[in-house]
Ligand binder design. Sequence first.
Ligand code: F6P
Length: 327
Amino acid sequence: MKADAQLEKIFEAFKQRTITRVFYVACGGSSALMYPSKYFLDRESSQITSEIFSSNEFIHRNPQSLNENSLVILCSHKGKTPETTEAAKFAKSKGALVVSLMYVEHAPLADESDFIVNYSWISAGNMEPMPEIMNYAILYKLAFGLLYVKEENKKYEKLVTSLNSLSTVFEKVMAQNEDVINAYAEQYKDEKIMYTMASGANYGMAYSFAICILMEMQWMHSHAIHAGEFFHGPFEILDKDVPFILLMGLDETRPLEERALTFLKQYGNKLVVVDAQNFDLTGIDDEVKGYLAPLVNNVVLRMFALALSKARNHPLETRRYMFKVPY
Ligand SMILES: O=P(O)(O)OC[C@H]1O[C@](O)(CO)[C@@H](O)[C@@H]1O
């Protein structure tokens, strides 16, 4: 498979360099997909730290720790988002190792990168035919591969085997949730606002659903709330008529999501809970379940996105500003 061959070359480059810090740099949905990988590095690495930056801020903030011992991982569907291409150029000028993900073969971002990986991609709402080579899977392979090379972390093989089981897991999750998701779409189609909430490895998916699906693709008001932060301001907005989507994962931060669930049930009423614990995850190794749970929860979110768009008669492709006006 092409992506795997590209990854092998990158792992060789990891061996040749000292890497002390990983910078994840992207915009919007591509950025959101990097959160689970940062969660993995935070949990598992004793020597390598990681940060997530929105592309433009990365350049303007100009982190002083960005240098030849840095690995900068960027992602952009068509490799054409100007801020991300500029960020790659900036990272190279600082001597960092620059690895970029995109689903096209040639792109401006590729020209500014040391290595690229081509992922498989399908638009929101469609079944992902090869999840093991989607952008989120490649991001995980890079993070797990880095720790395999640098710290002899043994989870890489478990990750690869588990990713290869994902399409079967996804099919079962879709069959299990179809009816309930369609019912939720009918129930929530006239809402003006929907909040999303999660913690740990799942937070990126809540963020992506809020900004890319609800705001960008449905023009609904939304905000992604961290389950730990919920009790430090946002919970004052909760009432029986305020809709929340809560993602519940299998990682170490699940107690934060459980605490939020208890409160949401007590004072709220309009609640959609997507809980990885309810799904058949056969084929996913126990040691990586917490890391892969966000990907499974995301399948349910994508089903909800499509059902909602149909119920609201607002196709997911509709835009008024993005790629249409100067910005
Ligand atoms: O750089 P990318 O990944 O091509 O992103 C382009 C756009 O796609 C989205 O990720 C989703 O539409 C936006 O958030 C972003 O502006």
